[in-house]
Design a protein. Structure first.
Length: 450
């Protein structure tokens, strides 16, 4: 059979609420044209993020009932530790309430002012947590990643020559760790090849620098390796993931992505001394090391999710269905970051709306129009989010895991193609007010008059 179906059936459903165009116009006005400020009950299809928005399985809900809420030495912790150890092979693991909590602890222990932390591309919380310690976060993506239209199998790779050059110029003592984000979220959800992970590790090892994975979407990355990198077609996703982790000295992980959990994170390391310091900090801000800011039941949900996510049928469906959305809009003239990523499709709004200059936030104007037209929520990743540091003007459509069916995605395709037909009528936006940092959460805007 050629048709790829959702590899699950639905046992519990949540109703979606339709709104009228007039209502949406009012919600937009009240929210200052900032989709973060619209109540979720007024959204029909929510593609704001794939983080914490997954549908859990019957096995995960059953595991939640088994959660052991002991303060210390909870059985839930040991169940999670067995699964995490088997997957990562890393000696130490502590839970944290989500990915950025793990990041904060890691960088507080490892970084100080004057330090530099290179990555293929840092996610924004990762960058912010590095810079909060006084260190500098540096992105070293492969040069082809700058071209949204370039068709590359592993466009999330790090530029290994640029890493060597950075180490030669700055000195290895100033680089406490190197990170690889798999998949590369800020770079369009693009994967990193096993060969690139190995090459980065070899450079790190030569200079005695530890390599950490930001492993949020490790399973999606493993599937891309299986389908695109020679030599892995017969490997199970789990074996590929284990090999990816075998190059790492540690990892941060948000269980809100590739563990289908609604909350949670992990921090893993092979370094006994670093781990000791991390544990001390964890107790200050997250909790005792066998629960780290989570309930026992959350640990169980993560343990089950970490195994389920490596199911080949699930991963095939996941990557094919994201690609389905990407191809159906791109092949009808909507420019996207090519090729489609694992968890999201990114529309290149600068290309789609060349009449709107970046100072007028073309991707935000598109996000507003898509909501106004069809009740779909997406997120601007461009000048509104990053200011002058923005590399592109993108609109991200992130797909929650196991939540929407193909007919929901067909609705999204239809809406985007209709918006594309009247795109010349879309007007830019003016920023009225915002907090100095993280302004996309608080910004209030107004559309320019036509
Ligand atoms: N690293 C990457 C690559 C991420 O995508 C995220 C979160 C984090 C770290 C932080 O994890 O949210 O659990 O604290 N990304 C979400 C997103 C928020 O929408 O892409 P967290």
């Amino acid at each position: 059979m050629r048709t790829i179906i959702e590899p699950f059936r639905i046992k519990s459903v949540e109703p979606l609420r339709h709104t009228t165009r007039e209502e949406r116009e009012r919600f937009l006005e009240d929210a200052g044209y900032n989709l973060f400020l619209i109540a979720a009950r007024h959204i029909l299809i929510d593609l704001l993020t794939d983080s914490g928005t997954s549908a859990m399985s019957t096995e995960q809900w059953a595991a939640i009932m088994r959660g052991d809420e002991s303060y210390a030495g909870s059985e839930s912790f040991f169940r999670l530790k067995r699964v995490a150890d088997d997957l990562t092979g890393l000696r130490h693991m502590v839970p944290a309430h989500q990915g950025r909590a793990a990041e904060r602890i890691l960088f507080t222990v490892m970084c100080k002012p004057g330090h530099i932390v290179p990555s293929n591309t840092h996610f924004d919380t990762t960058r912010a947590n590095i810079e909060f310690t006084g260190a500098r976060a540096v992105d070293l993506p492969v040069p082809e990643a700058a071209d949204t239209q370039a068709q590359l199998a592993f466009k999330g790779n790090m530029d290994v020559a640029a890493l060597e050059k950075l180490i030669a110029i700055e000195g290895e003592d100033r680089i406490p760790l190197v990170m690889l984000t798999v998949t590369n979220n800020s770079g369009g959800g693009q994967p990193v090849s096993m060969a690139n992970i190995a090459a980065v590790q070899a450079v790190c090892a030569r200079h005695g620098i530890p390599l950490y994975l930001d492993a949020c979407r490790f399973a999606e990355n493993a599937w891309f390796i299986r389908t695109r990198e020679p030599g892995y077609t017969d490997w199970t996703p789990k074996r590929i993931a284990q090999k990816m982790f075998s190059y790492a000295d540690g990892c941060t992980f948000s269980a809100k992505k590739d563990a289908f959990a609604n909350i949670g994170g992990l921090l893993c390391s092979n370094d006994d001394r670093v781990f000791q310091q991390e544990t001390n900090l964890l107790i200050l801000t997250e909790g005792f090391p066998t629960y780290g800011g989570l309930a026992g039941r959350d640990l169980d949900a993560i343990a089950v999710g970490l195994e389920e996510v490596l199911d080949a049928d699930y991963l095939n469906y996941r990557i094919v269905s994201t690609g389905y959305l990407g191809r159906h809009i791109a092949d009808h003239g909507v420019p996207i970051v090519e090729p489609p990523g694992g968890h999201a499709i990114y529309i290149d709004a600068a290309r789609m709306l060349p009449h709107i200059p970046k100072e007028q936030f073309p991707a935000q104007a598109l996000a507003v129009e898509l909501y106004r037209h069809a009740g779909i929520r997406s997120v601007e990743i461009g000048t509104l989010m990053f200011g002058d540091a923005a590399q592109h003007e993108l609109l991200r459509l992130a797909i929650p895991r196991r939540v929407y069916t193909q007919s929901h995605i067909d609705y999204v395709v239809e809406a985007i193609l209709e918006v594309n037909e009247h795109k010349q009528n879309i007007r830019g936006m003016v920023l009225l007010e915002s907090a100095p940092s993280l302004r996309h959460f608080s910004a209030r805007l107004r559309p320019l008059a036509s």
